[in-house]
Design a protein around this ligand. Structure first.
Ligand SMILES: NC(=O)C1=CN([C@@H]2O[C@H](COP(=O)(O)OP(=O)(O)OC[C@H]3O[C@@H](n4cnc5c(N)ncnc54)[C@H](O)[C@@H]3O)[C@@H](O)[C@H]2O)[C@@H](O)CC1
Ligand SMILES: Nc1ncnc2c1ncn2[C@@H]1O[C@H](COP(=O)(O)OP(=O)(O)O)[C@@H](O)[C@H]1O
Length: 274
């Protein structure tokens, strides 16, 4: 199944007269680290630009300061959230006990969760619906943890097959990123995505994708609770928004990840108008 722009437009939650910042969906973001604070800036920017009620950021002080300098809309610290985005800008090997405790609380909350980069190893521990966003190298590492040996070139050659094996092994939706991105669900279904501009192969563009997906999940958390299969559709929609925003930001030339995040509102407006 190839995911289309019309499919994506139907997964954008458009606010109405009854909307407020709590009802629209609050995303809890446990992202960034002393080593990679920029990933948090990128993910939070992308989540806001995708449209949601609020982002609550739980991160080290330096990360908070940098994110707030760019997005003063962000609220820091604990509070009620509808969905989680975790792991961007983190390294599982450097995880502190306090970060581990914060991540475990999020995983145990039962709220839908997006696991990226440094939290991919925790996928099987989610109490609620989970979606992981590995690149090829990260998928290889995830599979190795459950005793399945492969390598990046094999994944590149058969992305749907390897994403499907991971979805089944971790009981999570897998959005496998790359030149040919694909979404696989634990029920065996696979969604293929149209090709994206290769200018996207640049640092931080995956952090932006995770932020877009976090916002889509936060604004559809009730639907995901009712039917976890919705998560695969949201993952595919995030990839399409990301790809269209990249095309808009690129215009045929180079882009930086923040350009992609900044192009998201106009991309969504165009999707809704079409
Ligand atoms: N500005 C920032 O703060 C940025 C932070 N980032 C964060 O940096 C951390 C490390 O991410 P990396 O992806 O660099 O680290 P990884 O540790 O996953 O990548 C290390 C190795 O994996 C392999 N690899 C990487 N991408 C691959 C691909 N697409 N296909 C196959 N093999 C691949 C390569 O051999 C690479 O040397 C993450 O937490 C990430 O979120 C990056 O997103 C870059 C930008
Ligand atoms: N050759 C390519 N063509 C198109 N898109 C690509 C290509 N390589 C990577 N991408 C996209 O760029 C993003 C890179 O994400 P990721 O590897 O996590 O980078 P980072 O960790 O730097 O954010 C993903 O959305 C992926 O689909």
């Amino acid at each position: 199944m190839l995911w289309t722009e019309a499919d994506t437009a139907a997964r954008i939650a458009v606010p109405d007269a009854f909307a407020d910042k709590h009802r629209r969906g609050v995303l809890g973001a446990i992202v960034g680290s002393e080593r990679y604070p920029g990933a948090a800036v990128l993910g939070v920017e992308a989540a806001h630009r995708t449209g949601l009620g609020m982002v609550r950021l739980i991160a080290p002080r330096r990360v908070e300061d940098l994110v707030l300098a760019r997005r003063p809309e962000v609220v820091t610290g604990d509070g009620r959230v509808e969905a989680w985005l975790v792991g961007s800008g983190q390294d599982a090997r450097l995880r502190s006990p306090s970060l581990a405790a914060t991540l475990h609380a999020a995983l145990g909350s039962g709220a839908p969760i997006v696991l990226d980069a440094g939290a991919l190893d925790l996928a099987a521990q989610a109490a609620g619906a989970a979606v992981v966003t590995p690149h090829h190298g990260e998928l290889v590492r995830m599979l190795a943890h459950v005793g399945i040996e492969t390598h990046a070139d094999a994944v590149r050659g058969a992305p749907a097959e390897w994403a499907g094996r991971a979805a089944e092994s971790f009981d999570a939706v897998v959005l496998l990123k790359g030149a040919e991105s694909v979404v696989a669900a634990p029920d065996g279904s696979v969604i293929r995505l149209p090709p994206a501009t290769h200018w996207l192969a640049t640092a931080g563009s995956g952090d932006v994708l995770a932020g877009i997906l976090g916002a889509l999940v936060a604004t559809h958390a009730g639907e995901v609770h009712a039917d976890a299969a919705r998560l695969a559709e949201l993952a595919a929609s995030a990839a399409v928004v990301h790809s269209l925003a990249a095309a808009r930001a690129s215009g045929g030339g180079p882009l930086v990840a923040l350009d992609v995040a900044e192009a998201v509102p106009a991309t969504i407006a165009a999707l809704l108008a079409a």
